[in-house]
Design a binder for this molecule. Sequence first.
Ligand code: ADP
Ligand code: ZN
Ligand code: ZN
Length: 710
Amino acid sequence: MAFWPNVVVATPAHSGVGSSLTYRSELSLTPGTLVRVPLGAREVLGVVWDCPPQPPEGLTDAQTRAVADVLVGLPPLNARWRQLVKFAAQYYQRGLGEVALAALPPQLRDLSTVQLARRLKKQEKARGTAGDTTPSPPASAPALSDEQQTALQTLDTAKAPVLLFGATGSGKTEVYLQATQQALEAHTDAQVLVMVPEINLTPQLEARFRERFEPLFGADALVCLHSGMTPAQRLAGWLAAHTGQARIVLGTRMAVLASLPGLRLIVVDEEHDPSYKSQEGARYSARDLAVYRAKVENEALSAQGGNARCQVVLGSATPSLETWHAADQGRYLRLSMPARIGGGALPRLRLVDMNHQPKGAVLAPPLVAAMAERIARGEQCMVLLNRRGYAPVLACHDCGWKSACPHCSAYRVFHKLDRTLRCHHCGFTERVPRACPDCGNLDIAPIGKGTEQLEEQLAGLLANVQRPDGSPARVARMDADSTRLKGSLEQQLATMHSGEVDVLVGTQMIAKGHDFRRITLVAGINADSGLFASDYRAPERLFALLMQAGGRAGRDAAFVNSQGSASEMWVQTWTPQHPLFDALRRHDFPAFAAQQLAERENAGMPPFGHQALLRADARSQQAAQAYLNAAAQAADGLPHRDEITLYPAVPLTIQRVANVERAQLLVEASSRGALQRFLSAWQPVLLECRALPQARGLIRFAVDVDPLSI
Ligand code: ADP
Ligand code: ZN
Ligand code: ZN
């Protein structure tokens, strides 16, 4: 007796969704079983997709190779997981094996069966001992506000994905915590997945979840899954989730593809955040996959009978317009929590018209004065500038030399602290030249400002300001540069929480999620630079960023009241008349969303129209565009061609990165189905077009479905 399992392996992209390879096996292998199979001269990890008892037609015994090894001891990946992976591969136009294998921890590929067995045994033993210990009493959860209570009850009964539209500081996280508890207590095998958009938000969330659940379920019941972990940690976390030992998984977007056999609740916090969309490989949206995943789980659960459900909750104070629209249509259930915990007010908006400020001022004098007052009263301030480094460009005023990157169509950023010019696109770094490389002029100067410069200027401007205890004001900076070292983020957050720091300067990193208690003033510098971008999502992004940033102010109502003055959000802008600021002043996201959605509907933009991008990287811009235009021509006659619009190829805004020229072509359709079917039919054509003479120099192409920036 023999079997012919079809096994998916990590084949490169575009190899077609049905891309599994047929092997031979003495045993019948359950679908989802992990195996090691020969591929060329190598042996690779694979997932059994199905295992028919007959060979495929036309294939003889001699043509198939035998499965080399079965990872016994590891339960097979279940049918719901396989359905999720298959959907992701199809929807985002990638190879099934590519998506499936990318979802597994890298170390699983290298571990021998024996090593794996040892690991699992150790884990099993640890679980045994953890169960012996007597659980200490749970950390007490606060009594919920009426709004939170309603939200929690609705989450328990809702039959649709839930949008938790809660103001910053309205207690969304507390709702996630109690919903998690509800889900875990309902069933001994239940698991909960909680996602945040960025790694730097995981420490705070992990601490809150550990405090609440370790006493109830033990330390092993919670694991994290994100790209900042070592391969060994990722393997351990993945195994714990897959075997059901972990009851709670906290992670970034990659966690959406973790194997979670008992999944009963998925939380997508800050669901509007663009970081949920992957920008390489399979360019999936973890938020959208989370919604699909819950649907698959619910279909399986209802087929089993009973009334267990897998709930998915998308939380945000500024939901994405896609999600908002889905709630308008009734596809998602909208739950509003407009009030802040403790009755605190949202910060008052102070708009500074930069046209009326002293020329060249980075910070408007009234803003500096307001900050000084706050510091003197023992309050904290936060200043947001979405650009790290000292200055975005270094220039010579004599000959016009600028710090261009030789490998990219971009300037290198001047970092004063380590005296370097660094390209933020390709990483190319050099020491700052002493004189202009072109004319020898010694007077080369920075143009524009970044967080380093802002930190330096603020320290100067506030040098004579004293805190209530008489000590000098302290300014700190937090951005990707200052948090590069392991542990530095946690340490910097701690200095902020402890009150050592009075003013925190930083990029968007500081605007998100953090629960700082004593900030009463938040300022956005250079806020409207985003509005001049050609991207139609720019207003949505800016509104979300400013609302988020403002949300860091006045979180502790008792503190604000004891200080006697309301919290404030200062925004420096050159376009104070922009309608966005009116909605921001009123904290009126619904009005802003309605206005934006009306514009999008008129223009046929998402979520009313559907888009994909075909992107090409090549040795020359000409080759990149030639390939794209040829692919568009070759689409004639394909299914649904008449329902979609193909636009001419254009260079990307930053068209050259690391000596690679980049171009893209927009695909638009009024129906998602038509777009999907067209793209599937186009896929083989895209492969064929690679061979065309005009595409010589093409390096790679990729399809991006539901792109976030066009
Ligand atoms: P969000 O996630 O909406 O920004 P959080 O859940 O972080 O809000 O809540 C803001 C603050 O209020 C936190 O410090 C949290 O501990 C506290 N909090 C939340 N819910 C309650 C409650 N029901 N009673 C007392 N404090 C609460
Ligand atoms: Zn010069
Ligand atoms: Zn570069």
